[in-house]
Design a protein around this ligand. Structure first.
Ligand code: SF4
Length: 378
């Protein structure tokens, strides 16, 4: 057991793969979970104290017992953020009345026409925006948009940013990825120049803001540009060390970025057979990456197990270079000086009317240099 592995800080709990949306960049909705198989509040009792829990899906609000889950999660953390489409407006509002400190990020992929086209449901933008306006009116503080940039919406991302600024809402970004989780292998940015230029504009705007959090988001967005161009992650992936995911069947995973077949079949030889001992049936999760199942053992027993160590060693050699907030945020906090130095330098440049310095640098913090190396795997 690696003596550097302590208690994790961040968790993402995937409550369901059921979803009412029909997004073009995500096929989770085509592969729904069976309601009766999904983890429940009581399954989360053995979680340790954490800094942050993200509840996600599918659509978390499709769960009628979401309040019980939130109640249990608040025993383990002071900060919970739920990622949602906002489709179930009344349920979001009802939950916010009961838990006014809850964080809500509504996934919106563009202005009304673009959002509804990409999310496959007419009226999705209106519902999402109306929900946010209601939450704002109720006095919730930790609310905002989450926008996943694909080929055709980076222009709209800028409009959404402006909208979020004028409404005083948070604004989180992502770029679409391929993974077992999304059931996608064709999410590739083809108009790199256009998307990059729009992210550059966003970075300039974020550096003009007064809040340091926005300057760190600018650094994260530089990481998205780097990802789009196939660069190595600027900071290592420490999925399964600082953070973990739990899937709807209770499997404790390091991340949701794993892609078949590159990672699992090639990297994982004997641990695949050893790790398949869980009593829960596999419904599509690459079990070779599972640290264990919370139906079988208390969380910390899983976390400190040999199986978890094997998964961490796979992460250390993982060829992918995902840049998603769930695995970027913990290392940004851990290796704070790298984003902080960039943020300070570029805030000063911004104040002096100079463009941000966007030569995304790979930060050597002692990681295995094989991580993110795709040369032999493509
Ligand atoms: S780079 Fe990290 S987040 Fe991506 S698949 Fe590998 S271990 Fe998971």
């Amino acid at each position: 057991m690696d003596k550097n592995i302590h208690v994790p800080t961040d968790a993402s709990i995937i409550l369901t793969y059921r979803c009412p949306m029909r997004c073009v960049m995500c096929n989770i909705w085509k592969n729904p979970t069976n309601k009766k198989d999904e983890i429940r509040a009581e399954d989360l009792k053995s979680l340790p104290k954490l800094k942050f829990i993200n509840l996600t899906g599918g659509e978390p609000f499709i769960r009628e017992d979401i309040a019980d889950i939130v109640e249990e999660c608040y025993k383990h953390t002071d900060r919970i953020v739920i990622s949602t489409s906002g489709w179930f407006e009344d349920r979001v509002v009802a939950l916010a009345k009961r838990f006014p400190n809850i964080g809500i990020r509504i996934s919106i992929e563009g202005l009304s026409q673009k959002n509804d086209e990409l999310r496959g449901h007419k009226g999705g933008f209106d519902k999402g925006l109306r929900t946010l306006l209601t939450l704002k009116h109720m006095g919730l503080k930790d609310i905002g948009f989450g926008c996943t940039v694909s080929n055709n919406n980076s222009n709209d991302m800028l409009s959404l940013y402006q909208l979020s600024q004028s409404l005083g809402l948070e604004f989180a970004t992502a770029a679409f990825h391929n993974s077992y989780y999304f059931h996608k292998d064709d999410n590739v940015i083809t108009n790199k120049e256009e998307v990059t230029n729009n992210f550059k504009q966003l970075i300039e705007w974020q550096l003009k803001e007064n809040h340091p959090k926005s300057w760190f988001r600018a650094w994260f967005n530089m990481g998205l540009i780097n990802y789009i161009h196939g660069g190595k992650r600027m900071l290592p992936c420490e999925a399964g060390s600082a953070n973990f995911f739990i899937d709807p069947w209770g499997e404790v995973m390091p991340c949701n970025g794993i892609a078949e077949p590159i990672d699992v079949r090639e990297m994982n030889d004997q641990s695949a057979t050893e790790n398949n001992a869980s009593s829960t049936p596999n419904h599509g999760t690459p079990l070779s990456w599972s640290m264990g199942n919370i139906h079988d053992k208390p969380f910390m027993e899983i976390w400190n197990s040999e199986q978890a160590e094997q998964v961490r060693s796979m992460v250390r050699r993982c060829p992918k270079n995902c840049w998603m907030v769930g695995t970027a945020s913990p290392v940004m906090h851990k290796y704070l000086k790298y984003p902080a130095m960039w943020a300070l330098k570029n805030k000063l440049r911004s104040m002096n009317g100079k463009p941000a310095c966007l030569d995304a640098q790979w930060c050597d913090v002692g990681q295995d240099s094989c991580q993110g190396d795709l040369r032999d795997r493509l």
